[in-house]
Design a protein around this ligand. Structure first.
Ligand code: FMN
Length: 374
């Protein structure tokens, strides 16, 4: 039987050439006004050349104050459309579908790039890199951690504006030609902050019980679904659990997945963690496929799911799919290590031709085999 990992899959009217997805990965390399550069074209382009079915462009912010770092991509201006369209066009030319993740960092915004510490920007950054912080917003006025800036609580009018911002960004993503839009509702950023009781202590319709905390994420998912064409899929990335007793539990996420399905979301992308403490805090032991049980639980509830997190071998990826624990496999850092991972996975799973490689490469590699054997 042909491996599932390298078999095409249809999502609404979109057919992916295989089930390997490049997970959204911030490059922290946008211009100060949120524009992609040639770095982004090459970064995403090499994953398409490398054979991925779907390549996600990183968390792209719906407003300037929604940026996590000064290097985040933006979609708050019509000017952002053309340079993103250039990336999409290249991905399509290489046979990959193009996805974009819409983000807002909420109370976790205005931080340094990871290699500068992932901590809040302050006067030192202004001196060293001419980078200043900006005011943060969140569901409730609680800082991310000790020593972090206190965000302003979003008013009902702010929430209406935020919905309009997501809608405008989604329309721009569509104008840029993306096939898939993903709502970032994970990793302690704004939408996750609404979902989690740890960061949402509101007493109005957008807080309180789980239904209240899900309200805004569901409203925004429904807005994206309405804007996104019927033949193209909408994904939502969740932190399936907060890894804290008082935080989101897996049963909450299963209920959220069912509610997302009811508003027409197609795939739930199952990550975890990030709601409080340092950005890189590991609250549970991490090993190969450690988040797969979350994708499995969501799939058992009848929602298509994507597994992500330390899936580094084609064999593990194939087993997850064969066992019915997820519909799609997202890889992140392993693709940084080997952008040709999807093409190598195909070989590892038994197809030793170079038929799926770009002809500029495959033609030579096919012929090299005979020379190596001689
Ligand atoms: C450099 C880098 C940037 C990331 N940026 C994002 C992002 O923009 N949005 C997101 O949801 N996750 C982001 N992540 C998390 C990845 O999408 C992925 O979930 C995580 O790396 C675990 O998968 P892996 O073990 O295959 O790398 C990022 C990870 C890395 C390494």
């Amino acid at each position: 039987m042909a491996p599932l990992l390298t078999s095409p899959v249809a999502l609404r009217g979109l057919t992916l050439r295989n089930r390997i997805v490049i997970s959204p990965m911030c490059q922290y390399s946008a211009t100060p006004d949120g524009y992609p550069t040639d770095w982004h074209l090459v970064q995403y382009g090499r994953f398409a050349v490398g054979g991925a079915g779907l390549v996600f462009v990183e968390a792209t912010c719906v407003t300037p104050e929604g940026r996590g770092t000064p290097g985040d991509l933006g979609l708050w201006d019509d000017g952002h459309i053309a340079p993103l369209a250039r990336i999409v066009e290249f991905l399509h030319g290489q046979g990959a579908a193009a996805g974009i993740q819409l983000g807002h960092a909420g109370r976790k915004g205005a931080t340094r790039r990871p290699w500068h510490g992932s901590t809040p920007l302050d006067g030192a950054d202004l001196t060293e890199r001419a980078e200043a912080g900006w005011p943060l917003v969140a569901p409730s006025a609680m800082p991310m951690a000790d020593g972090w800036p206190r965000p302003q609580e979003l008013s009902l009018a702010d929430i209406d504006q935020l919905k309009a911002d997501y809608a405008a960004a989604a329309r721009r993503a569509l104008a840029a030609g993306f096939d898939v839009v993903e709502l970032h509702a994970a990793h302690g950023y704004l939408i996750h902050e609404f979902l989690s009781p740890i960061s949402n202590t509101r007493t109005d319709a957008y807080g309180g019980d789980h239904a209240g905390r899900m309200r805004l994420p569901l409203e925004i998912a429904a807005i994206l679904r309405e804007i996104w064409p019927d033949d193209r899929p909408v994904f939502v990335r969740v932190s399936a659990v907060d890894h804290m007793d008082e935080g989101i539990q897996l049963e909450d996420t299963v209920a959220f997945a069912r509610a997302l399905q009811a508003v027409g979301v197609d795939v739930v992308d199952c990550s975890s963690g990030g709601i409080s403490g340092g950005a890189t805090v590991a609250r549970i032991p991490r090993g190969p496929g450690f988040q797969v049980p979350f994708a499995h639980a969501v799939r058992q509830a009848g929602m298509a799911s994507m597994a992500v997190g330390l899936i580094t071998t084609p064999e593990l990826a194939e087993t997850i799919l064969q066992d019915g624990r997820a519909d799609l496999i997202a890889i992140g850092r392993e693709a940084l290590e080997d952008p040709n991972w999807p093409l190598h996975a195909r070989r590892a799973l038994g197809d030793d031709s170079f038929d799926h490689w770009p002809e500029q490469h495959g033609w030579w590699l096919e012929r090299r085999v005979a020379s190596l054997r001689a």
